[in-house]
Design a protein around this ligand. Structure first.
Ligand code: GAL
Length: 389
């Protein structure tokens, strides 16, 4: 349930608020946090210090009455796209006003030789809490320093507190030595891709004709853009773009969430889905994803299933209206079920700014449900019509 103000007066006001936000960026003090309770997608979003929130490619954990927003800490300029600091966390009770909790996973110093050495690529961090162990577990996409995007690793870190510090444990290519539950005969034959690497968002042949899964069977599967999902039974899943980005894997984690269990499913083979987000409403599982065009936005995709590993049925672009074909100039990073509000889900996207990474903006929009699908429409500004906790 939300209020939207969309008439031309409010368009003008939204522009003013946007400009006002720009001026505020990094300049003003905590006065910024006394702004009304309103989401203004794409505007500068000041934290409690008046500084634009720095948590890109992020996700949110709800824990003990508070929301924790974790994301990539970016720095200025093009060089700010790599990890120069680590994972930044903010906390909030109402989702509008965010308190800076600092860097909760810190990259290691230059020349330390660590996988998470300063200058590595550390993207799309997500944190879940394990009810059995009481630990906070973070997974992220990791590319060791100086190797571009060839590593395709998943890193894992753990903490006793939501606000860290998180201890980096290791990085892996998931599910080494395990075939997916929907393995085909072709994957067990010799791979035409052995010894070959490929770039970006396409392959010279269908992924199954090349048998990239078979190529990576022993060393583990590639994992780039990713997300996490915890089901009602406490089982957690890691969802990642694999097989040269061509195919999405939905992989079960072990009970402590620190490893992959070896059970996983290949989905959308050859569809090149990135930026995956999995969420659940009324016993239906939904996925939102992007296409594969780097920092440039593209049309989102969506899918529905009756169980977490599918069978998934594609539902098309969930965005409606002007700029739907670019996901309102954004790329999905998370969909937040608002605590205590049964039908309120928030789309969280990144409006990347690769030439000045730190100035990437956040696009938060309400999700609507009808006819077995979810949809997202643009709003200049919006807010909840009731207090949420
Ligand atoms: C996007 C991806 C981002 C980042 C970027 C680099 O497709 O979603 O997380 O990896 O590519 O070009």
């Amino acid at each position: 349930m939300y209020f939207i103000t969309n008439n031309s007066y409010n368009n003008m006001m939204a522009k003013r608020i946007f400009l006002f936000g720009l001026i505020l960026c990094g300049v003003l003090s905590s006065k910024a946090s006394s702004e009304t309770d309103t989401f203004v997608p794409g505007a500068c979003w000041p934290d409690n210090h008046g500084i634009h929130i720095n948590a890109h490619g992020g996700g949110i954990l709800y824990d003990n009455g508070k929301y924790y927003w974790y994301g990539e800490h970016k720095t200025e300029g093009e060089a700010g796209n790599v990890a120069n600091a680590g994972v930044h966390c903010y906390s909030s009770k109402d989702l509008y006003h965010w308190t800076d909790e600092g860097i909760v996973l810190t990259v290691m110093p230059d020349s330390s030789g660590s996988d998470i050495e300063k200058g590595c690529i550390l993207e799309r961090p997500k944190v879940i809490k394990n009810a059995k162990t009481g630990k906070y577990v973070m997974w992220f996409h990791l590319e060791p320093k100086g190797k571009g995007y060839k590593g395709a690793l998943s890193g894992v870190a753990v903490s006793d507190k939501a606000t860290g510090p998180f201890l980096y444990l290791r990085s892996v290519r998931p599910n080494a030595g395990s075939f997916p539950v929907n393995v085909q005969d072709v994957h067990k034959r010799a791979s035409k891709a052995t010894g070959r690497t490929f770039d970006g968002g396409s392959l010279p042949e269908h992924v199954d004709s090349l048998n990239i899964l078979g190529r990576d069977f022993e060393t583990g599967q590639m994992a780039r853009d990713m997300n996490l999902f915890v089901d009602d039974d406490g089982k957690a899943y890691h969802i990642y773009s694999s097989e040269e980005n061509s195919t999405l894997h939905i992989a079960e984690l072990t009970d402590d969430y620190l490893n992959h269990s070896g059970k996983y499913k290949r989905c959308f083979a050859g569809r090149f889905m990135e930026a995956p987000v999995l969420f659940k409403k009324d016993n239906k599982y939904y996925l939102m994803m992007s296409g594969c065009t780097g920092w440039a936005p593209n049309a989102a995709r969506s899918a529905v299933a009756d169980s977490v590993m599918g069978t998934w049925k594609e539902l098309g672009n969930p965005c409606i209206g002007e700029d739907a074909e670019t996901t309102f100039h954004s790329q999905s990073t998370f969909i937040l079920p608002v605590h205590g509000a049964k039908n309120q889900f928030i789309y969280m996207g990144d409006r990347w700014n690769p030439s000045n990474a730190v100035d990437g903006r956040y696009i938060w929009l309400p999700i609507e449900f009808s006819n077995g699908k979810f949809t997202i429409k643009w709003h200049n500004k919006w807010h909840f019509n009731k207090k949420i906790n």
